[in-house]
Design a protein around this ligand. Sequence first.
Ligand SMILES: Cc1cc2nc3c(=O)[nH]c(=O)nc-3n(C[C@H](O)[C@H](O)[C@H](O)COP(=O)(O)OP(=O)(O)OC[C@H]3O[C@@H](n4cnc5c(N)ncnc54)[C@H](O)[C@@H]3O)c2cc1C
Ligand code: FES
Length: 538
Amino acid sequence: METKLNAIEDKRTSGAHISFWTESNPSVLSQPLRKSTKTGVVIIGGGIAGMTIAYTLCKRGIRVVVVEDGFIGSGESGRTTAHLVTSLDDRYYKIEKIFGEKGAKLAADSHMKAIDYIEQIIRDEHIDCDFKRVDGYLFLHPSDKEDSLEKEYQASIRAGVKVEMVNEIPGMLNKERKALKFSNQGEFHIMKYLNGLCAVILRMGGEIFTETHAEKIQENGIVSSEGFAIAADDIVVATNAPITSMYIMPLKQFAYRTYVIGGLIRKGDLPAALWWDTGNHEGHSDIFPYHYIRTAAYNDEYDLLISGGEDHLTGLADANGATEEHRYEKLETWTRQHFPMQEIVYKWSGQVMESMDCLAYIGRSPGEEMNLYIVTGDSGNGMTHGTIAGILIPDLIQGIDNKWKDIYEPDRFKLFKSGKTFLKENVDTLIQYFKTNPKDTDAENLKSLQKGEGIIVKLNKEKYGVYRDDEGLLHWVSAECTHLKCIVKWNNDEKTWDCPCHGSRFSYKGEVMNGPANDALDYHSEEYPDFVEAKHKN
Ligand SMILES: Cc1cc2nc3c(=O)[nH]c(=O)nc-3n(C[C@H](O)[C@H](O)[C@H](O)COP(=O)(O)OP(=O)(O)OC[C@H]3O[C@@H](n4cnc5c(N)ncnc54)[C@H](O)[C@@H]3O)c2cc1C
Ligand code: FES
């Protein structure tokens, strides 16, 4: 599989692989914060959530500053597959069980309105981003129970979602099968959309600072790593995993890695549509890893088939059955069984945050006195959840009543996804990881560390992550995650250090790529550092 790699120094994307979206339409804004300033609302994070919140606030005449420590879309938004759905990742029959019929109706309503809002913004602001209304087909994974489609059909109708039961799925190789057809879903090119939003926000007087890390969040605003302050009345943390909640939010959600391949199909061979299976129910997991597929325009001759899935808990790929790199092969095998596909030209992975109860957490940050708002727990529907935040958070800031407030309240405590096993599953896998984690090695073993690989070593009672780059140079980081000190694990696929406890991720140089951690790992770049030498002398 010859696919495109990102220069791993480049923070336009959070890992070694580059997505189709980021490669075909990279963010061009490069404007770091160079002096302290003052605003109405400061927003941390330039993904779909932060940018939509900024857009709505600007539109309502409120002064806004966005800070983004990479580039616009360089977090998970640039790694998405951009299905815009009312057929949510978690089934309505589950949501109904947790939130009641009224809650499920509100959830469906919010996602419908989110797609409408995206469509309206695109129309009003003339953003050319390949937006289309399409049909989506949900079909049974062989491991799922026969009646699950019927249950979902009934629950979707009760929730007010437009759905019908069909016996044929357009586009699939084995098309004669039962499925739920959800009409009026959507798809778009996320980077074209974000670049469009960016231009509109700047035009309306909003300010956006890229390559600007919000290091400190305080009562009256934020301070960047370079020491520049932004004073604000309200602060929004739209960093995907909040960097402000040390204990509460990391315990209410779990980080999963998910994988994508992009393969060529002859133009017009497949209809524009979305396809999803109901997920593998065989494992002991309550998060059923499922496949999600769409097409996108590629060039004059070909479209791209974009297929995703093969998820696992972050940092625990091996404990969950296959290494990170092996996930693409599994995905390719599955995709070729179900869809026509020629050469694979893209592969990338990304991170989703699974909330305990199927819906995102959007609202005031729990346990905070200050005017601090968060959006997290995307549950695989972050395009629409981020857009819902773009409506709900401005309403909360302005004191406008919003009927979705309670279902998205971050402080809520609902039963786990299926009653009890969700938390147990994650704890069990972590325990398994700590048991099977290879014994720490010593400096001698570094000699066998190949270019492009990473390893944990223990020296003078300290654990270090060591990565050998393509030139053979060693890069050392402290292996203790700066969130709550779990030991990070090397992700050889994206060349990052991933924390299995709550999903923080760091570059090989220790820079934070995903929260909840917000501080870098200590970093040294030395072929033979003093502490190694000292150990050898003893
Ligand atoms: C492979 C994949 C497929 C997906 N498919 C779909 C799909 O089809 N449909 C769907 O609805 N959802 C999908 N999702 C989920 C969705 O893409 C994400 O939930 C969504 O993009 C998250 O947006 P966000 O704005 O919350 O976070 P992000 O896009 O991650 O933005 C957060 C930003 O905050 C910045 N940041 C973090 N800390 C700081 C700091 N201290 N200072 C400054 N900046 C900081 C980061 O650099 C980042 O750019 C998918 C996700 C993945 C990974
Ligand atoms: S993410 Fe919490 S300890 Fe690493």
